[in-house]
Design a protein around this ligand. Structure first.
Ligand SMILES: Nc1ncnc2c1ncn2[C@@H]1O[C@H](COP(=O)(O)OP(=O)(O)OP(=O)(O)O)[C@@H](O)[C@H]1O
Ligand SMILES: [Mg+2]
Length: 321
């Protein structure tokens, strides 16, 4: 386990997944859109743990770390807290906001994979009340992932002010952050993480190209789904191949698992290329199970599979000390 204190920020949420046996479109009357009233009788409902910070923390804990999450949740969090603690996630800085529920994502999928979804922010809207200055011990490295947008901005400002290194992972909140906030977050970070689509959005909103971003950061990681990922530094670009899943794939949370694997390698001071390969393997474990916190492995098994998937010089024994 690394002696460096890493603090993960970002959403912590419940995902409520429903299935509607039928087709939404057969129930929507185009002539009556002004008085829409739809109710779908669903035949399954599953509540799953989710949220970016929690997903990343979960996979880091499987890899033998004791990651700390800093987030706000609701009164319905206690089951979830126990589950995270039981794998080794530290939740002391996960604050319950009285009278509110944990952020919740509700999605109903029909037989044609059409979806109707709602996201309730709930207690996450209070995330901006938390501060790194209150943490003991203070963090050596922070991850700023999708969260209440005001909190993401506050956390960036605090990290810059307090001189704390951070990885910036704005992902789906790129849409809600204005160009100045995005640019400040990127200029100040040690590393930027995004997928290909998000990189295009960043360019659209800020006019920053990957070359500009590479100049501003120590490194940038762009993930490209089954096409793997690319690491950009001032020395150039390194491509990391993806690892095909052994069984049927369900992609929710792959990006989060990638970040967890990457961080584990990074905390052990492995070369960036090895960190990327660890990210890719952690992502594939997640891909092989349904849900972002359903995969299971331990560090020894992970290392053994890494060696069978990649022919590399990565010194993974260092992870065991
Ligand atoms: N179909 C796949 N096969 C193998 N590996 C994959 C596949 N999809 C994703 N991965 C792995 O996961 C990494 C991250 O995937 P991706 O770029 O899809 O992230 P994302 O879009 O942020 O995902 P998320 O839906 O979690 O936000 C990839 O770089 C790759 O290593
Ligand atoms: Mg993502």
């Amino acid at each position: 386990m690394s002696s460096r204190e890493v603090v993960l920020t970002g959403s912590v949420a419940y995902d409520y997944l429903m299935h509607f046996p039928g087709r939404f479109r057969e129930h929507i009357l185009p002539d009556h859109l002004e008085s829409l009233s739809l109710s779908f009788l669903v035949d399954s409902l599953e509540r799953r743990p989710g949220g970016i910070a929690a997903n990343i923390a979960y996979s880091m804990a499987l890899l033998g770390e004791r990651p700390r999450i800093m987030a706000t949740v609701g009164e319905d969090f206690e089951d979830y807290r126990r589950a995270l603690e039981s794998v080794g996630v530290v939740t002391d800085e996960v604050r319950v906001i009285p009278g509110l529920l944990t952020a919740s994502f509700f999605v109903t999928t029909d037989d044609t994979d059409s979806q109707i979804a709602s996201f309730y922010t709930g207690a996450m809207a209070h995330a901006t009340e938390l501060s790194f200055a209150d943490l003991d011990p203070p963090p050596d490295l922070v991850l700023i992932s999708p969260n209440d947008p005001a909190a993401m901005i506050t956390y960036v400002d605090e990290c810059i002010e307090l001189g704390i290194s951070y990885f910036f992972d704005p992902s789906q909140q790129i849409l809600l952050l204005d160009s100045a906030a995005l640019e400040t977050g990127i200029r100040g970070c040690e590393a930027l993480f995004a997928n290909e689509y998000e990189l295009a959005l960043i360019k659209d909103k800020t006019s920053l190209t990957i070359d500009d971003i590479t100049e501003m950061t120590k490194f940038t990681v762009i993930t490209r789904g089954e096409d793997g990922s690319d690491l950009y530094t001032r020395e150039g670009r390194q491509h990391i191949a993806a690892i095909p899943p052994r069984e049927a794939a369900e992609p929710t949370g792959v990006g989060d698992s990638y970040r967890a694997g990457f961080l584990k390698g990074y905390l052990a001071d492995l070369p960036l290329e090895c960190c990327g390969m660890m990210g890719a393997l952690a992502a594939t474990y997640s891909l092989e199970q349904t849900g972002p916190q359903s995969h299971k492995f331990d560090l020894a098994e992970f290392i053994a599979r890494f060696r069978s998937e990649y022919d590399s010089d990565c010194d993974l024994d260092r992870l065991l000390s």
